[in-house]
Ligand binder design. Sequence first.
Ligand SMILES: Nc1nc2c(ncn2[C@@H]2O[C@H](COP(=O)(O)OP(=O)(O)O)[C@@H](O)[C@H]2O)c(=O)[nH]1
Ligand SMILES: [Mg+2]
Length: 317
Amino acid sequence: MGFFDSIKKSLFKEEKDTYLEGLGKSRNSFANKIRSLSLNFKGIDEDFLENLMEILLEADVGIHTANKILANFEKKAGKLSSKDFNSQIECLIEVMAEMYGENQTLSPDYPKVILLVGVNGNGKTTTAAKLAHMFKNEGKSVMVAAADTFRAGAMEQLDNWAKRLEIECVKGRENGDPSSVLVDACRRMKEINADVLIGDTAGRLQNKTNLMNELNKMKRVTAREIEGAPHDVLLVLDATTGQNGIEQAKVFMETAAVDGIVLTKMDGTAKGGVVLAIKDILGIPVKYIGFGERMEDLRPFDINAYLVGLCEGIVNE
Ligand SMILES: Nc1nc2c(ncn2[C@@H]2O[C@H](COP(=O)(O)OP(=O)(O)O)[C@@H](O)[C@H]2O)c(=O)[nH]1
Ligand SMILES: [Mg+2]
């Protein structure tokens, strides 16, 4: 059994189907282009590597990561020195899997405070609802804090999700101090013994110093209320922005310790290769991936499911 088959067999059907559907746009582009290289395949030569490079860049893997993938592939494929297209592609997929490494999600420890940070429009509020839904399904008691006090609609949006999820939402005053919302929420969390608190914050990038001060204060005040908090700072990135997302991430990494990435809107883009760039360049794991606007459309990130979603159809069965 080849590498691709073995990772496919390791997945649950539902997981595989969700990733196949969510990565449809990326796969239509990436897998079809690579498949078309099989027509004139004469082995790993300059032409083939050049074409591969172009396809990786079009999937928004980024030049740095694409170079690394190709270098590793050449090394591994050279040992194989096979002119069989399928086995070479299996080798390429294996290289991508090795470069990403292990999956990482959240620790199984509770109580847990999670802060969502990121630029407006990236999907923080929706992700707060999706995470709350996921924890609720796992039998955890969950609450959310609407700490994005800068947009009137933002708190209401989270409150509406909370009503649908039948969970508590701690809100503040419009233009109030986001940190004081978090303090209230942490105190409420202790009062009702909740397992998980998810804080939805505002992500203004205009002024780095302000952003840094604000994020630091939020972290400080939650740490004062609950030991070890915030347990996870998750940076929410919009996959449709591709390589720009990497630049955004660098700013947030300078201002706040980021423990993981939530990559949203994967369903709406062909730039699915950005996952590989995030891990390679930022060194931060993608912990969750968003496949749509509904509360069910979030999955813990799984590198094997991702590679199946991206590459299904390239290797002939
Ligand atoms: N297609 C798609 N849309 C999403 C996803 N996540 C969020 N959105 C949409 O992106 C828009 C902005 O999301 P929102 O949560 O308000 O972003 P925020 O400003 O960071 O809080 C909304 O219209 C969401 O429905 C996703 O995974 N897929
Ligand atoms: Mg929001």
